[in-house]
Design a protein around this ligand. Structure first.
Ligand code: DAH
Length: 374
């Protein structure tokens, strides 16, 4: 940086204009080269220093000697130059404060901004919300339970006795080093959301109307329709005089609310240890309307969920637990109450609703897939 100031040959307009244009260009040039805070401070001293700063020198050399009529135009230009220097320092300070020792001289408002994309619910989450909402409208509330569960809640109380072959239908992921515990206390990753039925009934008496959305785990190999971690929505209704007709009416309504009022349901005999009788629910194919297509394997029907009337053995297990606190408890006496339960896979429903053919898409974190649900 040169410390000399240009000679002013005359105080007429063109001379003033030229002299200040040279100074202004100098400021601009130096400003562009300010790489860090130290350079910025040198720049400040060079121009604004009290004793040897160039503005001081200019003021001494030019302003003081100026003829009266040149004072005003000279003063205006002097102030403009000073402002230019101060603005340079200010914008430089902003960049330094932001921790960036760069030569960025401020903010270029002509650049495109950074678009902030608001998050959206994951398609599995929004499917869970949709299903849960249908049941909320019927007066159900939501319950949740742990994913690390004990053998008692996941199996025993649901009428899967130890070593019973029904357990083989749910290939269980066990937690390690549980052998020292009694079998009912051994921990595992819950294979279904049904244990929350038991937790709920132990905690509260009838009437019960709950839905239980949640994550479940099985030792299943991943393929286009299976994943070792997936999601279910469970339902439980216990009250006086609950019949299989209530179960059919409720699920028929729910399927119509989810898939459209033209959808039909049918119930097939099935087996679950915790319901008797048990049924698999099929809905008329939402792709072909029931005439038969590839999606429904030309049957016109798609199997969607399991359900049944709560088995008295389940009420008995619940009652045994409740009697540990209150020996006279008979809130779940099957002579007084009855109930139904159901369970469905969230992924399967989401795949149908959105035409997704590979379950792995849901877990891929691929934004091109997820953004389609925005
Ligand atoms: N827990 C069963 C499963 O994961 C699904 C199920 C079937 C739940 C029937 C129920 C039910 O509550 O009544 O395969």
């Amino acid at each position: 940086m040169s410390d000399t100031i240009p000679q002013l040959s005359s105080y007429d307009e063109p001379s003033l204009e030229a002299a200040f244009a040279t100074l202004s260009a100098e400021v601009r040039q130096q400003a562009a080269a300010l790489a860090n805070a130290e350079a910025q401070e040198n720049f400040r001293l060079h121009w604004l220093g009290r004793k040897q700063g160039r503005l001081k020198l200019i003021s001494d050399a030019w302003l003081k000697a100026a003829p009266a009529e040149a004072r005003k135009p000279l003063g205006i230009r002097f102030n403009q130059l000073k402002q230019q220097i101060e603005e340079t320092l200010e914008s430089g300070a902003v960049a330094a404060k932001a921790g960036a020792e760069t030569n960025v001289q401020g903010i270029d408002i002509s650049l495109p901004g950074t678009a902030r994309q608001p998050g959206i619910a994951h398609p599995l989450l929004s499917t869970m919300h949709e299903v849960v909402r249908v049941f909320h409208q019927l007066g159900y509330s939501t319950n949740l339970g742990p994913q690390v569960e004990s053998d008692f809640y996941n199996f025993e109380a649901l009428n899967f006795p130890p070593n019973h072959p029904a357990r083989d239908t749910q290939d269980t992921l066990q937690i390690a080093n549980q052998q020292a515990r009694p079998s009912r206390d051994r921990l595992l990753m819950r294979t279904h959301t049904s244990p929350v039925q038991i937790r709920t009934m132990i905690a509260q008496g009838p009437p019960v109307r709950i839905v239980i959305p949640g994550k479940v785990h099985r030792n299943d190999a991943a393929d286009a329709t299976h994943s070792p971690i997936f999601h279910q929505i469970e339902g439980l209704c216990v009250d006086t005089n609950i019949t299989f007709s209530d179960l059919k009416g409720t699920l028929d309504h729910a399927m119509k609310a989810l898939f459209g009022s033209a959808v039909k349901t049918r119930f097939f005999p099935s087996f679950f240890p915790f319901t008797e009788p048990s049924a698999d629910v099929q809905i008329s194919c939402i792709f072909c309307g029931g005439t038969g297509c590839r999606k429904c394997k030309h049957s016109g029907w798609i199997e969607l969920l399991g359900c049944g009337m709560v088995d008295p053995a389940v009420f008995a297990a619940v009652t045994a637990e409740r009697r540990k606190k209150n020996p006279d408890d008979d809130a779940y006496d099957p002579a007084k109450i009855s109930g139904f339960a159901f369970g469905m896979g969230v992924e399967r429903i989401a795949m149908m609703l959105h035409g997704v053919s590979d379950i792995g898409q849901f877990y891929s974190g691929d934004m091109r897939f997820l953004e389609q649900f925005a």
